[in-house]
Design a protein around this ligand. Structure first.
Ligand code: OTU
Length: 629
């Protein structure tokens, strides 16, 4: 039993334990260990200072890190060096992400490999493969219930194939991104089985209670996430005990108050880093720390844990980045983003408000968010997406909406009704996800094309798909395409025939690769072909426009509530003026509004000169990227 003590003494004790039957850390690893140790020690002391074995866990953690560093393959060590020479590589205007399910898009990992030429055609530099680990048969929440982090689900391939794929993608200029699902494991994970059986060392890996006393107390302040599956935050074990389960009943939350859990998970993290993954999508970060009397979401300790994982990575696999998946209040989203915590983060606010603006034909909330909430610390970036594999939740701040005279609760109700198609005249064909009978909350499922109006035959549908992508590509950060959206893939209602999926409407927007749409992608007489051509054009223009690198965004005001407008400053005098109109009618921006710029401007997408002294017309749900001076 050894508690944590002061950093200097503890470092000496840690170093004395490295080597031995393990190789001594290489000089560069040792240098990084010295650099990171004070921070890691400070974080560990805050998290586990009271633990009687705190030091032992820290020493074990650093041995795992030293071993992982020693095992890191040469090409990954070279990558570490490249990234440290260019730490803001991900801020480039050439960055473009894509995300897909291995099985649904390509059958298996071999199929993904065969799709590399397509990824290159599209211009991807980042590929997020959805969870590909073994999980419970039947429903496993689309892979988010992991039974083993060191094996690839056999249907999809092997870990060696994944390792080779990571290297091949890298050679093709594409960084591999996968999920790190670390808030919970599946109920079939070896740790879970041992915890239930009471195997010494594993009893405290999860949060298990003998009766309802504490669960009842916790549930006074926790939120229900998947109420269709079970109410509250706990499920009952066959032996009558209760276990913390935020999501599905087969996803059991880990107990990070136990330092053994942190250390064990750090081992899984470094294993994946050494497979060649370049970005880890940190799933469900808000939920990782629990405390009685609080919502048990986004607690300060959640940040300490992420920072501690970050420090471990900096020692053993410094090229690897974290992407935060916090779909929460915008203030809280921001708290996860820093070079010391998560360098990247989904931008759920921009995503939700893009849909909000399309529904209301009023861009003011989106404009306000861009002006007020887009800025980020140096060394970090947004991941801007139109939609993901999850539902759309209306995560805007009620305070922000109130300033515009919009009341949060009824507005969310309206947006749900609109996208679920319950609002008269709606162009959208979406489905409700996890409607909560008590609170009236719900989220929305649907593909981009179906939500934007194409499925219902609305004449603005194609434009809205392109408009939404034009915003995701223009505001600053890494744009992330849900593969299939670029060929306007529609909802797939077939999931209702599958007993393991019927209860989860998110499957409506996770269809198999639309082979016919991809085959038609160069045919302008098809919806797929038209949307693909326009999105491809945006990708090409973005990649050739240095103004779109980085995150700087400067406000620009027009007098039209339906227009989003901002500037992206370039290195020289030029800037990109982005104007987008969510209304169903044309809008004319007058010359006076544009008089701060030189008269001669260039429409970068249409590739034509324009004279700003004549004003600029924005068609219904149209946009312009104007290079101005
Ligand atoms: C994540 O999402 C994943 O993206 C989901 O696909 C998983 O089902 C879930 O975690 C469990 O692993 O509730 O509806 O930020 O919104 O973390 C999606 C809060 C989810 C949650 C988010 C979660």
């Amino acid at each position: 039993m050894t508690r944590l003590d002061d950093a200097t003494g503890d470092l000496a004790r840690v170093l004395a334990r490295l080597g031995g039957d393990h190789p001594q850390p290489a000089p560069d690893v040792l240098a990084r260990l010295h650099e990171q140790f004070p921070r890691l020690h400070g974080l560990f002391s805050q998290l586990y200072g009271a633990h009687p074995d705190g030091f032992e866990h820290l020493a074990a953690l650093l041995r795992i890190a030293a071993d992982a560093a020693a095992e890191r393959a040469d090409d990954l060590v070279a990558l570490d060096e490249r990234r440290s020479a260019d730490p803001e590589w991900f801020a480039s205007e050439r960055m473009l992400g894509g995300v897909c399910y291995v099985d649904r898009f390509a059958g298996d990992l071999a199929g993904i490999r065969e799709a590399i030429p397509y990824f290159q055609e599209l211009g991807l530099t980042y590929l997020h493969l959805m969870p590909l680990f073994p999980g419970p048969a039947g429903n496993n929440d689309g892979g988010y219930a992991v039974s083993d982090y060191r094996t690839v689900e056999p249907r999809l391939g092997t870990m060696d194939e994944l390792r080779n794929l990571a290297a091949e993608l890298r050679a093709a200029g594409i960084s591999l991104v996968i999920d790190f699902i670390f808030n919970h494991t599946s109920n079939e994970h070896a740790w879970a089985r041992k915890a239930v059986e009471g195997v010494p060392g594993f009893e405290d890996f999860y949060l298990i209670f003998p009766d309802r006393t504490l669960p009842d107390q916790y549930e006074r302040t926790t939120r229900e996430i998947f109420p269709d599956d079970h109410r509250g935050s706990f499920v009952q074990l066959p032996d009558g005990r209760w276990i913390w389960s935020t999501f599905y009943h087969f996803q059991w939350d880990l107990n990070y108050a136990n330092p053994a859990v942190f250390t064990a998970m750090a081992g899984e993290l470094l294993f994946l880093a050494n497979v060649g993954v370049e970005v880890l999508r940190m799933d469900a970060v808000a939920f990782i720390w629990k405390q009685l009397g609080t919502p048990s979401e986004s607690l300060p300790e959640a940040h300490l844990l992420l920072q501690a994982f970050n420090a471990v990575l900096r020692i053993a696999a410094p090229a690897v980045l974290f992407k935060s998946e916090a779909i929460v209040h915008p203030d809280e989203v921001l708290d996860y983003i820093s070079p010391e915590e998560c360098e990247l983060s989904y931008n759920p606010l921009q995503m939700a408000l893009t849909w909000e603006a399309l529904a209301t034909r009023d861009a003011r909330l989106l404009q306000q968010a861009l002006v007020r909430r887009h800025a980020l610390p140096a060394g970090t970036a947004w991941v801007n997406y139109v939609r993901s594999h999850d539902d759309i939740g209306w995560t805007f701040a009620d305070e922000d909406a109130a300033e515009l005279g919009i009341e949060g609760y009824p507005h969310r109700r309206f947006l749900n009704d609109f996208y679920i198609g319950r609002f008269p005249g709606s162009f959208a064909a979406g489905m409700p996800f996890q409607e909560n009978p008590d609170t009236g909350d719900a989220r929305v499922a649907g593909t981009t094309a179906s939500l934007a109006g194409i499925e219902r035959g609305d004449e603005g549908g194609e434009d809205r798909v392109v408009l939404a992508h034009a915003l995701a590509m223009a505001t600053g950060g890494i744009p992330l395409l849900f593969l299939g959206d670029e060929v306007a893939q529609l909802n797939d209602y077939g999931f209702t025939d599958d007993e393991h999926r019927a209860g989860d409407s998110r499957w409506v927007h996770r269809p198999a690769r639309p082979a016919a749409a991809y085959a038609a992608r160069f045919d302008r007489d098809t919806v797929a072909g038209r949307v693909y051509r326009r999105i491809r054009r945006l990708i090409a223009v973005r990649a050739a426009s240095p103004e779109f690198g980085g995150n700087a965004l400067v406000d620009f005001t027009t007098s039209h509530p339906s227009v989003v407008s901002f500037q992206r400053p370039g290195a020289d005098e030029t800037r990109m003026l982005v104007l987008a109109n969510v209304a169903d009618h044309e809008v004319a921006i007058d010359a006076l509004t544009l008089s701060g710029f030189a008269r001669e401007a260039r429409d970068a997408v249409a590739d034509e000169q324009i004279d700003l002294a004549r004003g600029v017309r924005l068609p219904a749900h149209g946009f312009r990227w104007l290079r101005v001076r």
